[in-house]
Design a protein around this ligand. Sequence first.
Ligand SMILES: *[C@@H]1O[C@H](CO)[C@@H](O)[C@H](O)[C@H]1NC(C)=O
Ligand SMILES: *[C@@H]1O[C@H](CO)[C@@H](O)[C@H](O)[C@H]1NC(C)=O
Ligand SMILES: *[C@@H]1O[C@H](CO)[C@@H](O)[C@H](O)[C@H]1NC(C)=O
Ligand SMILES: *[C@@H]1O[C@H](CO)[C@@H](O)[C@H](O)[C@H]1NC(C)=O
Length: 250
Amino acid sequence: MASSLQLSSLLLIAVVALLISPATSQTCKSQTFAQRNTKFANCTDLPTLKAQLHWTYDPSARPNPTLNVAFIAPPARPEGWVAWALNPTGSGMVGAQALIAFKDTNGSAVVKTYNISSYSSIAESRISYEVLSKRAEFADGAVRIFATLALPTGGEAVNQVWQVGSSVKDGVPVKHDFSAENMQSRGTLQLVSKAAEEDTAPPPTNSNGGEAPTGAQRGNDSGGSSRICVSGLGLYGVLVLLGVSLFLGF
Ligand SMILES: *[C@@H]1O[C@H](CO)[C@@H](O)[C@H](O)[C@H]1NC(C)=O
Ligand SMILES: *[C@@H]1O[C@H](CO)[C@@H](O)[C@H](O)[C@H]1NC(C)=O
Ligand SMILES: *[C@@H]1O[C@H](CO)[C@@H](O)[C@H](O)[C@H]1NC(C)=O
Ligand SMILES: *[C@@H]1O[C@H](CO)[C@@H](O)[C@H](O)[C@H]1NC(C)=O
């Protein structure tokens, strides 16, 4: 009788573990690009909205450094939109120099630029960065924005903001939700490692949960993604361990 109780609690644990397993959601590591020459030096699993940013910063590009990105996120609804922005003057939405991707009235994927000066309305406009290229793809339930921006020289970090929305009306993205996740979708993109500041920075942690993922935008393709994966697996691992100890502990 005791063992059947343990067996059922093990089963329950296994089911719960499966439900929260990160395997179903996309991460930096699971993403591949159809076009052969599409490669990025760095990738970060962003802390909210199931978004990723693949990126390559080239500080030696002339006349200006370039930032080449692929921003990937599932829109709030299939017919919605996704946005990625740099904000040179603040950390939130106001001031964001945004790229927003959606399906235009004729059904083709487009990326448009928006200089966002208020929460109340947005209008397509020039942005303060030169956009050297941009395009969007709808694939696997997500939208991908590919873009190359020219950045001012000498920047080591930029504020980034990202967002997803559920609909587009008459070619204009409709306001997004204001859930906690939507409001926390911002952080710092560290273009160049701040080696000089390493001493004063909090020690890098490789244990799970040691540091909030917000703003954890350092590291490249292996570093950026593994950190989030580890914390995702952490809970899973704890549950499996719990199951094993219950099993052994009768
Ligand atoms: C990861 O970052 C390190 C240091 O910034 C760099 O040396 C290495 O080439 C990067 N790896 C990739 C795949 O870009
Ligand atoms: C759809 O609209 C975009 C611009 O809004 C245009 O570039 C594209 O050629 C159009 N496609 C078709 C099939 O009409
Ligand atoms: C963006 O909007 C702000 C506020 O309206 C304005 O000061 C700024 O010049 C605009 N930037 C560009 C590139 O148009
Ligand atoms: C990759 O990310 C690291 C850490 O932020 C940064 O130092 C490095 O310059 C990036 N490399 C490229 C090529 O973007």
